[in-house]
Design a protein around this ligand. Structure first.
Ligand code: AMP
Length: 417
């Protein structure tokens, strides 16, 4: 075949889309209960928006962005994550002036040129939320609870929540110095990737996946033990709220997120049902980011969660065929005149909200019945010359096989009952 989808991208095929729609419905429902409103931003933005917010030295910006020049020679980038765009929109449309706390969520595709593997794509989908305008740890915990609620509502119980505090501009610089001093002692033995990070982003050396790096940094100081009083208090209150809401969590002093903009709380949710790419969601507080992007100093907190990974966990469970879009009624027709009648009737019933299918391939009755079965139609009626003349037919329940007489002009009332 000549054309194929691009490496790292995936078609979501008709038989898979039911699970996506179930997940999307669940997300909308959960967000509604927490009073978050949906926001939809463009799929591409000025490159500098991402460089500025995510950080020039992060993997995302330095290695993974789909950046291109358009015909006007402007540098544009397909969004690698959602927060930067949401904050750009928040500032551009002065949403903060409409209400002191802006609570929004999004669902959509993100783009990163990573090495594709199970659970890692180049176009993937995230849902996420942002609460902009409050420094309260209540919102940090709200983020965690919202993500967890989506998983619980979908019956996913294998998830674990890890939290940390990555400090703020008051306490992080001194800690960074201390950490760099410690890392220099083992510098020669670190992996090349961690060596590169020692000066640029030393905190990330601590969450290196390399086993040797982990051993070498086993006794390295952790930021959670070097927080200023403000960050200490914030972290303590976040934990107290998690306890008060009976949320299970672990404090992971090595947890650092791959994005530079986090301050104070950082968290991740992982699933034991996944392989090496086990992160379901991640988030944290970004109290400096709105200002960094040109807005007024405004605290904020958010999270983003991968949809493909969530669906991988769901796929391990039996999902019912109810998830597929199924016609409620299949009208099988025996001749030309009844085919026309079936088509017109289907249009009439559909306009009343009833899902109906008819045959448009001129198939035999037997083939039409087979099709109705394949489509999991719940009911079938057969229409021919006799039925049109008498104005009635039998309604067959495809699950029980039971048939009951029904008048052709009252078909709609059967389904609306
Ligand atoms: P991040 O924006 O890097 O914090 O990622 C948040 C979540 O998005 C992760 O926990 C994953 O579930 C998902 N995710 C990130 N990158 C990818 C990717 N390349 N492919 C699939 N899912 C991803």
């Amino acid at each position: 075949m000549k054309f194929k989808s691009i490496k790292g991208t995936k078609d979501i095929l008709p038989f898979e889309v039911g699970a996506w729609q179930l997940v999307e419905r669940t997300i909308h429902d959960v967000m509604r209960t927490f009073n978050y409103k949906e926001i939809r931003t463009p799929a591409f933005e000025e490159t500098s928006l991402f460089a500025r917010s995510i950080g020039e030295l992060t993997d995302i910006v330095s290695k993974e962005m789909y950046t291109f020049k358009d015909r006007s020679d402007d540098s544009l980038t397909l969004r690698p994550e959602g927060t930067a765009s949401v904050l750009r929109a928040y500032i551009q449309h002065a949403l903060g002036e409409q209400s002191p706390l802006t609570k929004v969520y999004y669902i959509g595709p993100m783009f990163r040129q990573e090495r594709p593997q199970a659970g890692r794509l180049r176009q993937f989908h995230q849902f996420g939320a942002e609460a902009i305008g409050s420094p309260s740890p209540q919102l940090d915990v709200e983020m965690m609870l919202m993500a967890l609620e989506v998983y619980t509502n979908l019956g996913i119980e294998s998830s674990t929540l890890k939290i940390n505090s990555v400090g703020c501009q008051k306490c992080r610089p001194a800690y960074k110095e201390l950490l760099i001093r410690e890392l220099r002692k083992v510098y020669e033995k670190l992996s090349p990737e961690s060596q590169a990070r020692v000066l640029q982003n030393p905190l990330r050396v601590l969450d290196s996946k390399d086993e040797n790096d982990q051993k070498l940094t086993h006794n390295a100081p952790l930021i959670k033990d070097h927080l200023c009083s403000d960050c200490t208090e914030h972290f303590a209150e976040a934990r107290a709220l998690l306890d008060a809401t009976n949320t299970r969590y672990q404090v992971d002093g090595r947890l650092v997120r791959g994005l530079d903009y986090y301050t104070k709380t950082a968290f991740e949710i992982a699933s034991s049902a996944l392989g090496s790419q086990d992160a379901l969601a991640g988030g944290g507080r970004y109290d400096l980011l709105v200002e960094e992007l040109g807005g007024k100093p405004t605290p904020g907190v958010g999270f983003a969660a991968g949809m493909e990974r969530l669906l991988m966990v769901l796929a391990k469970r039996e999902l019912s065929t109810d998830l597929e879009v199924q016609p409620v009624l299949f009208i099988a027709a025996l001749n030309e005149q009844s085919r026309r009648w079936a088509f017109v009737k289907a249009c009439e019933l559909r306009s009343k909200g009833i899902s109906v299918e008819v045959d448009c391939l001129g198939r035999s009755l037997k083939a039409q019945m087979r099709e109705a079965n394949r489509q999991h139609a719940r009911f079938v009626v057969v229409i021919g010359e006799n039925e049109l003349a008498s104005g009635s037919t039998n309604l067959k329940n495809m699950q029980t096989g039971q048939e009951s007489p029904v008048k052709l002009d009252s078909l709609d009332s059967v389904f609306r009952a």
